[in-house]
Design a protein around this ligand. Structure first.
Ligand code: SF4
Ligand code: SF4
Length: 387
């Protein structure tokens, strides 16, 4: 079944990306024919964004060849500071080295620009100072000035550092590791260790406030999020490894990521056209298939009262999109005196506003997270509908 792709603006960049994007890490070390099949299948299904962090020349050239004549069909998220060290991918903040690898990316892709130039892998205070006080940032800003990157971004797995990056006001796009399991891990739990060593993640059984604050800040600042680790490296959909009572489905994981504030696109690593077909099934899935709340609400402990934007509480007799109202309210409450005009505009564009709530409370009975929806509707109406 052919389903129309959905496109979303990437923050304030003026660029729109497909909600499902292509992660290309599984195309590393694959023959050209495999790369071509995957890239062409992605284009055929309306996918228009790919992440390419790998420094290896072979995979870069294969992707460039597969994109020949179709470069304008794809947004490339390429990385600055991703380099090859002893034939393994590594990170460098050394100017000649990062220049060499970025220029090589343009050559291999046979292009003169990258859409999103991402400052690569900023997970610690040291990474942050190396990039933002070193040579990488001026180099990236120069690339943007020359049009060799259209927008500047950064990638991170750490919510506290990612927030610091967004607060610089310098980046347009953030690539972040985001899924329901990571969202319940504190910033001090380094999620990559969990993936690498297969050790138990120190779950708080609660939505980590640093992560919630990061997503709201991105929405407030107009910084678009592209998502990595949507499936937690496959663990969330695995009966053996899932931290929840049962595994989530691919569709539920995608929907979870796409219902966080500021998220534009989830980038899923695919190595076959069939995997792309599996991912785009999301587009034709119904509300029930997408609903992740039954799985995560069993796990979630002390988080009662905060909205997960799941819309499990619908239908509303006043036809209010309760998740969206709660999302805009949460962002507005970050700083009531300086609500971004884009958030106000989004709220005002809703078909039905919070003031239409008749306080029937049927949503509250259905909400697995005990959100005080009626109170939230009152607050939202008071904040957004004063005039
Ligand atoms: S109020 Fe509850 S059910 Fe409704 S969107 Fe929020 S968390 Fe989901
Ligand atoms: S309480 Fe308000 S928001 Fe909730 S279902 Fe009733 S009318 Fe809709």
């Amino acid at each position: 079944m052919k389903t129309e792709m959905i496109y979303r603006p990437v923050g304030n960049t003026g660029i729109s990306a497909s909600v499902i994007g292509l992660g290309t890490e599984h195309l590393d070390n694959k023959p050209y024919k495999v790369v071509e099949r995957v890239v062409h299948a992605a284009i055929d299904r309306g996918i228009n964004i790919m992440d390419l962090f790998m420094p290896g020349e072979a995979v870069r050239r294969n992707i460039g060849k597969a994109l020949a004549g179709r470069r304008d069909k794809f947004l490339i998220q390429g990385h600055i500071c991703s380099t090859d060290i002893h034939e393994q991918y590594g990170i460098s903040r050394d100017l000649p080295t990062i220049k060499k690898y970025f220029e090589n990316l343009l050559i291999c892709l046979n292009t003169d620009y990258i859409d999103f130039g991402m400052l690569f892998f900023i997970d610690s205070e040291k990474h942050f100072s190396d990039v933002f006080e070193g040579d990488a940032l001026p180099y990236a800003l120069e690339l943007r000035k020359k049009g060799q990157i259209r927008a500047l971004g950064a990638s991170s797995h750490n919510p506290v550092i990612a927030k610091k990056i967004v607060e610089t006001g310098l980046v347009d796009v953030l690539m972040f590791s985001l899924n329901p399991a990571f969202d319940m891990a504190s910033a001090s739990t380094y999620v990559l260790d969990y993936l690498d060593q297969n050790t138990g993640l120190n779950y708080e059984k609660n939505f980590d406030p640093d992560r919630a604050a990061l997503y709201r800040l991105c929405e407030q600042r107009g910084t678009g999020i592209t998502v990595m680790k949507t499936l937690g490296a496959g663990k969330l959909i695995s009966p053996r490894h899932t931290p929840f009572a049962k595994p989530l489905t691919v569709i539920q994981c995608i929907h979870y990521a796409l219902t966080r504030p500021a998220v534009a696109s989830v980038l899923l690593g695919c190595s076959t056209p069939e995997q792309i077909d599996e991912a785009v099934k999301y587009l034709s899935a119904g509300d029930e298939e997408r609903d992740y709340s039954p799985v995560i609400s069993e796990f979630q402990g002390g988080m009662k009262g905060s909205c997960f934007y799941c819309n499990h509480c619908l239908p509303c007799p006043a036809a209010i999109n309760i998740a969206d109202v709660n999302k805009y309210l949460d962002i507005a409450l970050l700083d009531k005196e300086h609500i971004p005009p884009s958030v106000v505009n989004h709220y005002m564009a809703l078909d039905h506003r919070a003031s239409e709530c008749i306080a029937c409370k049927s949503c509250q009975e259905r909400c697995p997270f005990s959100v005080p929806v009626v109170k939230n509707m009152e607050k939202a109406a008071a904040i957004f509908e004063v005039n």
